[in-house]
Design a protein. Structure first.
Length: 239
């Protein structure tokens, strides 16, 4: 059963990182972790979702979901796969153009296996740090105050869709931020470098791009410093 919000206590032994959209490029992600000196015995990696589609290693997602230090939220690509596995209507042409052929080509049993794994992912994650609480959703926080999020996600499908699909905040350069939380980390919109709007960090820097022009940004949740280090943009800059 999916948790709406999954809470993680403070990591007293290692570091906590968040990473942007992965889209089936787990080998590239592992290299970024190796370059950062990631220690799977003490460190944790939180993902903004969109684990699959577009890349060549989508089938590896179940192996990654089994790693005890890897903790993703559900992204819009997981949302589509869940609908497909359930037999709900989807636009197969759009899904194909966005990398979903690997999923649609699977037999019924495997669709159910992957769909169930995706459905078990939370919509949001909370991570306690030494500096305060960090929130993670895929695309955007649909409420002005984080304390209202769980209720809205439970009762309002529009809020859940916004959490997984919206680009409204970054496209309008909305700097109002989200109260009741230190920072919110999102992905969904590919950027050349991280962007910060209010206290909302956008960290999908295109590590999955097929031409290799992007990179995976690892955001240290305690310090809010990015690896590789870069001064974040304060406005939208598309990839």
């Amino acid at each position: 059963m999916m948790q709406i919000i999954q809470y993680f206590e403070r990591n007293n032994w290692g570091r906590d990182f968040a990473v942007g959209d992965i889209h089936g490029h787990f080998t590239r992600l592992q290299k970024a972790l190796d370059d950062a000196g990631f220690d799977p015995l003490t460190d944790r990696l939180f993902s903004v979702g969109d684990l699959v589609d577009r890349g060549p290693e989508c089938q590896s997602v179940l192996e990654w979901l089994a790693k005890p230090w890897f903790h993703p939220v559900q992204g819009n690509h997981e949302d589509i796969a869940i609908r497909c596995a359930r037999g709900n209507p989807i636009d197969e042409g759009i899904y194909s153009r966005n990398g979903g052929d690997w999923f649609m080509a699977m037999d019924y049993r495997h669709r159910q296996e992957f769909g169930a794994a995706f459905e078990a992912l939370p919509t949001a994650i909370e991570v306690e740090t030494r500096q305060g609480l960090i929130g993670i959703v895929h695309a955007d926080c649909p409420v002005a105050d984080w304390s209202d999020l769980e209720t809205e996600l439970l009762l309002n499908r529009v809020a859940r869709d916004r959490a997984m699909w919206s680009r409204g905040r970054i496209e309008s350069e909305d700097r109002t931020g989200v109260s009741g939380i230190r920072a919110v980390v999102v992905g969904h919109t590919p950027l050349r470098r991280p962007a910060v709007l209010g206290n909302v960090w956008h960290i999908d820097t295109g590590g999955w791009l097929p031409d290799g022009s992007g990179h995976f940004t690892l955001l240290n949740l305690d310090s809010l410093e990015a690896i590789p280090p870069v001064a974040p943009k304060l406005q939208w800059e598309s990839a």
